[in-house]
Each structure stands twice: as C-alpha cells, then as structure tokens.
Write a protein that binds this ligand. Structure first.
Ligand code: HEC
Length: 105
C-alpha cells in the first residue's frame, strides 16, 4: 500500500536535487554579473572600466595557458588592480566562477 507514496517521495527528491543543481549554475552567473562584470564584461572580454585597469580578455592565450589553480588564486587573493575575494566568496564559489569564466564564449 505504501509503495506508490515512496516512489512519489523519491521522484520529488530527485526533482528537488535537479532544481538545486540548476540553481547553483544560475547563482554563479548572477555572482559573475554582480561582482565581476563591471570590469571583466558580460562576455569576459573586459569592460571599458576594466580596460583602463588592465584586464585581459579571458579568451586571450595568456589567460588560456594559466591553470585553473592560478585563476583561483588570483580571484581569491587579488593581483594588482584586481580585488581579492578571499573574505567575500567561499572557495567553492570561486571554483565555480573559474569554471564559468572558462565557459564564456
Ligand atoms: C575592479 C575591477 C575588477 C573586478 C570587479 C574584478 N576583476 Fe578580475 N581582474 C581585474 C584586473 C585589472 C585584472 C588583471 C590583473 C593583472 O593581470 O595584474 C584581473 C584579473 C583577473 C583574473 C586573472 C586572469 C586575467 O585576466 O589576468 C581572473 C581569473 C579574474 N580577474 C577573475 C575575476 C572574478 C571571478 C571576479 C569577480 C568575483 C573579478 N575578477 C572581478 C579587475 C577586476
């Protein structure tokens, strides 16, 4: 008698997990928009503000050859005019942002 209910609960749980997964991606995009876009531009090529500060295009060979670890460290600790996000973002958020940066076209 309880079987269908259990199945329903499993389906509901899976759907909830899926929603959380999708949400995490949106969160990263929103994070990028609110914290990084002013300097790095919506497509990672650098905004007008960013150009003045010396941002590089995330698609440039220079950035492409940097490891994820390096990009992570720069975002966490900052470098030159790039502010560090050590206190403002968690390591997981920074990791997700690095992945996001790599996925920008
Ligand atoms: C105030 C402007 C500004 C903001 C906001 C900013 N950056 Fe940067 N970022 C820079 C500058 C300038 C550099 C180049 C620093 C250098 O090479 O010395 C840079 C460099 C980087 C790099 C190293 C690769 C490269 O292009 O040199 C990464 C990765 C990066 N930023 C990620 C981020 C992320 C992620 C955020 C948002 C959490 C962010 N930045 C927000 C200005 C900014």
């Amino acid at each position: 008698m309880k079987q269908p209910l259990v199945r329903l609960a499993v389906i509901a749980a899976l759907m909830a997990l899926g929603a959380i997964g999708a949400c995490a991606q949106d969160d990263t995009a929103a994070l990028y928009k609110s914290k990084c876009q002013i300097c790095h531009g919506p497509d990672g090529k650098g905004s007008a503000v960013g150009a003045k500060l010396g941002v590089k295009d995330f698609h440039s060979p220079e950035v492409a050859k940097m490891s994820d670890q390096e990009l992570f460290e720069i975002t966490k600790k900052g470098r030159d005019k790039m502010p560090g996000y050590d206190k403002k973002l968690t390591d997981d958020q920074i990791k997700a942002l690095v992945k996001y940066i790599r996925s920008l076209k």
